[in-house]
Design a protein around this ligand. Structure first.
Ligand SMILES: [Cu+2]
Length: 694
């Protein structure tokens, strides 16, 4: 496997410098010059790439074997059969929540009765593969990692990957096949097996399908990701308890703008910077209604949900994934596994294209703007200083739109923005005015000079007469004051627990509450469905920025350094940017699904170097035999429950052969001993004591 650890081991063994060919090169990295020249490229002369919408499998359900019906070695052992390096051997299984009959955790499902088990409504196939990509015309063909629509030909993967368009309350199964194998034919820049794990960032989904860092899709194998596309359960206002089964959903948290990206332990930074990211959009009745009223743009009169794909992910609803890349002199992508501070690029791309241009008409567009960079933070504005109308923050719609001249995006954050090109001049640039010189964090907003122009809009046509999006335009609506409003705040009276997490540097690596990440140790075990919690994130300082992201549930930011955050960050977020020395207080509820889930710094090299914790919400046993209810927490005493995680029971030889796990005690001690990283930590430690720390 290719991993940060392997790199550290090799570097230590060779006295540094021995690194994987094609991945790390020495020498001066190529930069975008002032005049924009990059392999002779004149900026803003190539079109913006718009990912295609991922094709649902048609004609009923075509995944073979069917989700949940995998070949087993024996019925009694329940173990998946020995993998054959064939993707159809879906050895990583599916979430246990998938097969529970008509899923009571979704009381309004099934809607159509479409599936034999009423378990899901759509199937997708997504292949992870390496291919080449031209960042600029006439430039070299550069090996990148891509996601490919499984119904499309080999080698047609893209970055960003295909956009998933899903419907609220319509569960889907996405089968991912990881073709990043060592001996793959075709493009093979690493000559290594590359393990992956897909995180659906901002989703409220099962732990098995959440991209937990070592719930891998091993090279050559597959994994079924079950996405229920629900909102969390409503907490009863009197008992403060959300039911594990049945119940209704908290419409405040209906998901909207998600993105999927790699989350594999140790190598997320490598995998994401190399291309493994895509958009995942969820639509609901509210958004269809907003489209009907032209609050959000549409290409056709929606009227019916069958036209949803003309609205969402279509030409008026564009995902923009912002990245900063670094290239070697030969044009290949530069990645330094020994840089744990943060990979900062010097060439800007939008959807994998260096400084593209996009033709727009004088009308409204919806943009889902995503910071997909590893270390860079952006302050985004339009060159015209025209205001942008924010209708969503991270995964969720705002109750009412907020107009701003600029907004900040830390790594992983999104804003769902309406930009109206009416009255715009013929040329408008999307630009970044935040100055940043290294992985430590942003320096300052500089509105006057050295602006980074990311994307050029070429504006044409005649002014439309659509209604304008303005400050206060009702979007999700406030439950207590807007007719049909769906948004409400977590209340102080609901708080049942407070937890604090300090994010600190330690000998060049990164810690949470003075501990390195261990996937087999829970750092929080909140009781599922019970009230709300106050989580306090403290940045230990040193000037390092740590954008903190939690999985499973979004939170509501109450204060940053004792003050309310920016207006557009006062509602729902899944990430809070902590500048050096900053402290943030957020309210969060843990509902519906048991863990484990990660929470971590989204400066991806920090995350890879272990600035991550495990949150393992548990409903507690309570005498129930329900596999969901009886799941014991990952509290450092209990081992991970295979019924919940979908991993193989008792860490069997299969998993040992694949070297997924490592000894908890051995690993943590070695990390601490070594100071930086884990050069002596091997994957082939004896595994008998896994999870047995007391
Ligand atoms: Cu960090």
């Amino acid at each position: 496997m290719i991993s940060r650890r392997t790199m550290l081991q090799w570097a230590a063994a060779s006295g540094a410098g021995l690194l994987v060919p094609g991945v790390y090169r020495q020498g001066r990295a190529l930069a975008q010059t002032k005049s924009g020249l990059f392999f002779g490229y004149k900026p803003f002369t190539q079109p913006l790439f718009i990912p295609e919408v991922l094709t649902p499998l048609t004609g009923g359900f075509r995944l073979n074997p069917a989700p949940g019906a995998y070949p087993r070695d024996s019925v009694t052992s329940g173990r998946p059969r020995t993998p054959t390096r064939n993707c159809a051997d879906v050895t990583h299984g599916i979430a246990p929540e998938f097969g529970l009959g008509p899923p009571e955790w979704n009381s309004t499902y099934p809607k159509s009765g479409f599936s034999p088990g009423n378990t899901h409504e759509q199937e997708f196939e997504l292949v992870t593969e390496e291919t080449t990509h031209r960042f600029v015309p006439g430039g070299p063909d550069v090996p990148i990692f891509t996601y490919r629509d499984g119904t499309k030909p080999l080698g047609s993967g893209t970055t960003p990957g295909p956009t998933v368009v899903a419907k609220y309350l319509a569960p889907v199964v996405l089968r991912n096949c990881n073709q990043l194998t060592r001996n793959r034919s075709g493009v093979n820049s690493t000559n290594h097996d590359v393990e992956t794990s897909i995180h659906l960032h901002g989703s409220h989904g099962t732990a098995h399908a959440d991209g937990f860092p070592d719930f891998y899709v091993l090279a050559g194998e597959g994994r079924d990701y079950f996405y229920p596309n629900i909102a969390p359960k409503v907490t009863d206002p009197v008992t403060l308890i959300a039911p594990v089964r049945g119940g209704t959903f908290d419409t405040t948290w209906i998901p909207t703008t998600l993105w999927y990206h790699d989350h594999a332990m140790d190598i997320t930074g490598f995998n994401v910077s190399r291309g493994l990211a895509g958009f995942y959009l969820v639509f609901d009745d509210r958004q269809l209604e907003l489209a009907d009223r032209d609050v959000i743009p549409k290409t056709f009169n929606s009227g019916s949900t069958t036209l949803a794909r003309d609205i969402f992910g279509g030409p008026l609803d564009l995902g923009l994934a912002l990245q900063d890349q670094r290239f070697n002199a030969d044009g290949t992508l530069f990645y330094d596994f020994l840089d744990h501070n943060g990979r900062l690029g010097n060439v800007f791309t939008v959807n994998g294209v260096v400084q593209p241009t996009h033709k727009v008409e004088k009308r409204k567009y919806r943009f889902r703007i995503l910071n997909a960079s590893n270390a860079r933070i952006y302050e985004i504005r339009l060159s015209t200083r025209q205001k942008m109308c924010i209708i969503g923050t991270d995964s969720w719609l705002l109750p009412r739109a907020i107009e701003v001249e600029s907004f900040q995006l830390a790594q992983g954050q999104r804003h769902d923005v309406i930009i109206d090109f009416r009255d715009a001049p013929g040329e408008v640039f999307l630009e970044n005015i935040l100055v940043q010189t290294d992985g430590r964090g942003a320096d300052e907003v500089d509105p006057t000079k050295e602006r980074d122009q990311l994307l050029r809009f070429e504006v044409g046509g005649v002014n439309s007469s659509e209604p304008r999006c303005t400050d206060g335009t009702v979007i999700r609506g406030l439950a207590n004051s807007d007719p049909g409003g769906q948004f409400s705040f977590h209340r102080k009276e609901e708080i049942v627990a407070t937890r604090s997490f300090e994010f600190d540097r330690s000998n060049g690596a990164w810690m949470v509450n003075n501990r390195f990440f261990n996937p087999r140790r829970a750092d929080a075990t909140p009781v599922l469905g019970r009230g709300a919690e106050r989580w306090i994130f403290e940045n230990g300082g040193g000037g390092w920025w740590h954008p903190i992201h939690v999985h499973l549930e979004g939170f509501q930011i109450k204060t940053v350094n004792g003050r309310p955050p920016r207006r557009e960050r006062q509602f729902n977020s899944d990430l809070v940017a902590l500048e050096g020395g900053f402290t943030a207080e957020v309210f969060v509820k843990w509902r519906t699904f048991t863990g484990p889930y990660a929470f971590h710094c989204h400066a991806v090299e920090h995350e890879d170097m272990r600035m991550m914790g495990v949150n393992d919400p548990t409903p507690g046993a309570g005498g129930s035999t329900d596999p969901i209810v009886t799941h014991p927490p990952l509290d450092g005493v209990h081992r991970i429950d295979p019924n919940v995680s979908g991993v193989v029971p008792d860490c069997t030889e299969l998993e040992q052969e694949q070297r997924i796990y490592f000894d908890e005690v051995g690993d943590v001690q070695r990390v601490e001993d070594q100071g930086v990283g884990f050069p002596d930590c091997k994957f082939d430690l004896k595994l008998g004591n896994q999870g047995g720390k007391s």
